[in-house]
Design a protein around this ligand. Structure first.
Ligand code: FES
Ligand SMILES: [Fe+2]
Length: 401
């Protein structure tokens, strides 16, 4: 390899280096538009099919007032429903994950649902007149399983199928045997942070900060880090390690102990690859693990990260040790990023803040913002419109060619 400096491509010669205006990070009206036009109508990652291996196993997924349950039926089929009892709307399952024996029983009045979502029966059915059970099954949610991962969409949207959107990643996911990975830990919800979700993305969508903010990553792979942009807002980063031993404990041991995985093609054997999915999800593949995390907004100034960690079914003891060390590096990275998101988000409230001035190495930030601007053109306004006008102006701008 000749060139050992970080790279980002393709980047145009001349581009607008500004970021989104600060007001878009602190507006309730803006956030309402993002909820309906970005989060609820775009594919969201709920879990992996192997998180729910047996009939009756379920995982929940809540997002901005909507709540889903993904459950495996008696027939082995995975289905997704609104976690909303058809009687009075209680949660039919409660918590992040669990198992129901043969049926889901609503904890409020005891309506019983089969694992395929159909209503088996209401408690005291004679008190409902001539109610037709067939009309009261759990409502299905649009779902697609791709490479073993379960994606949901709460509202109809313009994105094509998950398989089509993520086609550029298909070969790597197949080579990584993503469809067959097993959970390596409990479902995670971590890092509830008082920031707008876009501030988390902004930190995540560039590698310019790695050199200074992530000393361990820089040591591990900083020389080879490369961002690659694909269609549909996909944002991939590749980096390889192993060309030098590393100084810090975790990196030194990880580089020394990470065993070569002969089943992986050479391009993935000594690589950490990141696969970003618009608008809010990232997968991380290392030779030892498959991970994902997603920014799930709660309000315009609060974000929670959901995450999952998976391993290969035939993991050796050596690989398990390397996975532990790799995750240790990754945990430090997350903590470092969290602080950066807080600072970035705070700056948006300062009257002295003049906006971003982005490097070519931060073109990924601009690209993400451009996708957002295309969906929500009101974000193009430099100055905040009155809150009550945001939705109307956005609709008007969308109507313009
Ligand atoms: S709300 Fe579910 S049984 Fe009443
Ligand atoms: Fe980072």
């Amino acid at each position: 390899m000749t060139d050992q400096s970080p790279k980002t491509h393709p980047v145009p010669n001349d581009w607008d280096r500004r970021g989104l205006p600060a007001w878009t990070y602190h507006s309730d009206a803006m956030f309402e538009l993002e909820r309906d036009h970005l989060f609820l109508n775009h594919w969201q990652l709920a879990c992996h099919v192997n998180d729910i291996p047996a009939p009756g196993d379920w995982r929940s997924f809540d997002l901005l007032g909507e709540r889903a349950v993904v459950v495996r039926g008696q027939d082995g089929v995975v289905r997704a429903f609104h976690n909303l009892c058809r009687h009075r709307g209680a949660r039919v399952v409660d918590g992040a994950a669990g198992h129901c024996k043969g049926a889901m029983i609503c904890p409020f009045h005891g309506w019983v649902y089969n694992l395929d979502g159909s209503l088996r029966g209401a408690a005291r059915p004679e008190t409902f007149g001539d109610m037709n059970r067939a009309d009261f099954g759990l409502k299905p949610i649009e779902m697609e399983v791709w490479q073993g991962f379960v994606f949901l969409r709460f509202l109809p949207g313009s994105q094509s199928s998950v398989a089509e959107c993520l086609q550029p990643y298909n070969a790597d996911f197949t080579d990584f045997r993503a469809a067959g990975v097993l959970p390596a830990g409990k479902p995670g919800f971590w890092g509830r942070t008082a920031v707008n979700w876009k501030s988390v993305c902004d930190v995540d969508n560039e590698g310019y900060h790695v050199a200074l903010a992530h000393p361990s990553l820089q040591e591990l792979y900083g020389r080879s880090y490369t961002d690659i942009f694909h269609e549909n807002g996909l944002f991939q980063s590749n980096a390889t390690y192993g060309d030098r031993p590393g100084r810090t404990w975790s990196v030194r041991n990880y580089v020394a102990l990470s065993p070569l995985q002969p089943w992986l093609p050479p391009r993935l054997q000594r690589a950490w690859n990141y696969y970003g999915i618009f608008p809010n999800t990232v997968f991380i593949f290392t030779p030892e693990s498959v991970q994902f995390y997603a920014e799930l907004p709660i309000s315009q100034n609060e974000t929670v990260m959901s995450s999952g960690l998976y391993r290969q079914p035939d993991e050796t003891r050596e690989t398990r040790v390397a996975r532990y060390l790799g995750n240790r590096i990754d945990r430090h990275t997350s903590a470092e990023d969290q602080q950066l998101t807080i600072w970035s988000n705070e700056s948006m409230k300062s009257r002295a803040f003049d906006g971003f001035h982005l490097s070519d190495l931060e073109y990924g930030v601009r690209r993400h913002h451009d996708k957002l601007r295309a969906l929500l053109p009101v974000m193009r306004l430099d100055h905040p419109p009155p809150e009550a006008e945001v939705a109307r102006i956005n609709a008007e701008m969308l109507g313009k060619p």
